[in-house]
Design a protein around this ligand. Structure first.
Ligand SMILES: C[S@@+](CC[C@H](N)C(=O)[O-])C[C@H]1O[C@@H](n2cnc3c(N)ncnc32)[C@H](O)[C@@H]1O
Length: 290
């Protein structure tokens, strides 16, 4: 705790402090997991509260100005490597972005873009369902690179502000994007899809809801289509930092757990593959032909 206190006093960690800070966060997290911990979470909060301003990435995560974890704004700040302009806070944002979890989030956007690129020339107009679509930065980058593509996207998001933000960001390409302001659990599409993509949603669902939604979405796949679901791996080394500094809790899952959930949803084993981004921190349950 003393170490973290010193970092708060000296305006945040320098790169040379990262390993020690990471170890200290792990140590505190493990202590707090004990049945009768020698310290309280409130003790840590007392120390870090000055650097949990909503003007920092970790403070934004902690205070959840949109009312829930993983909103479109923080995700887009992760994509843009956003850092506070305030001198006494900026180093905390540099630390945030250097963690494996935000890097994995940026990698998962790359994974989606690679998937789209790999099938953009597959012939007929490709239809994508983007579930929990968030800021739309992924679609923007795709359209900017392939402005004449005939891939089209249907986006479902239950946050009105998220849809407004993505519509604005992708305003040039709205001829190929439809937005549905809906809770995906109550969404019934009017067509079937070649690709159904969902990242940053299933890792907020317990196993029962996960399987329910998987069954529901799979029914919207066109013949030969594929469904890809992102989920943080249980090997996420940033987990304790996210939980302690950001109150950002996820259902972390292993490859085997994801495959078991697909099985529970009635998907034949030969249609199931689990991929990951380069760090192995974000997994992708892939249903369909590998
Ligand atoms: C973590 S963000 C991920 C955004 C985007 N998929 C990405 O990776 O850039 C999750 C998004 O899912 C939306 N969301 C969460 N639960 C949802 C639900 N049940 N129905 C529709 N949207 C949901 C949130 O509003 C948020 O915009």
């Amino acid at each position: 705790m003393e170490f973290i206190k010193k970092l708060v006093e000296k305006k945040g960690p320098e790169e040379s402090d990262y390993d020690a800070l990471h170890l200290e966060i792990e140590r505190i997290g493990s202590m707090l997991d004990q049945p009768s911990p020698a310290i309280l979470y409130g003790d840590l909060l007392d120390i870090i509260s000055p650097v949990l301003s909503v003007e920092t990435m970790q403070g934004f995560a902690f205070h959840k100005p949109h009312g829930y974890s993983g909103d479109y704004e923080i995700i887009d700040k992760i994509y843009r490597n956003w850092k506070s302009t305030q001198e006494d806070l900026r180093r905390w944002d540099e630390f945030f972005h250097a963690q494996q979890a935000p890097i994995a989030v940026r990698n998962r956007k790359r994974f989606f873009l690679d998937t789209l690129e790999s099938c953009k020339d597959d012939g007929d107009e490709l239809r994508v369902l983007n579930v929990g679509s968030g800021p739309g930065r992924d679609m923007l980058e795709f359209f900017q690179k392939y402005p004449d593509t005939d891939i089209s996207f249907d986006c479902v998001d239950y946050d009105k502000e998220s849809i407004a933000y993505a519509s604005e960001l992708c305003s040039t390409y709205l001829d190929r994007i439809r937005f549905f302001h809906k809770n995906v659990f109550r969404f019934t599409p009017d067509r079937k899809y070649d690709i159904i993509w969902s990242a940053g949603l299933f890792d907020y669902l317990d196993d029962r809801k996960f399987v329910y939604l998987l069954v529901k979405l799979r029914a919207y796949l066109a013949t030969g289509g594929r469904l890809i679901i992102g989920n943080f791996s249980n090997r996420n080394p940033t987990r304790k930092y996210m939980e302690l500094f950001g109150k950002w809790f996820l259902y972390h899952r292993s490859e085997q757990e994801l495959a078991a959930l697909a099985k529970a949803a009635g998907v034949p084993e030969e249609q199931v593959t689990v991929y990951c981004e380069p760090l192995g921190v974000n997994l992708f349950l892939h249903l369909g032909h590998a």
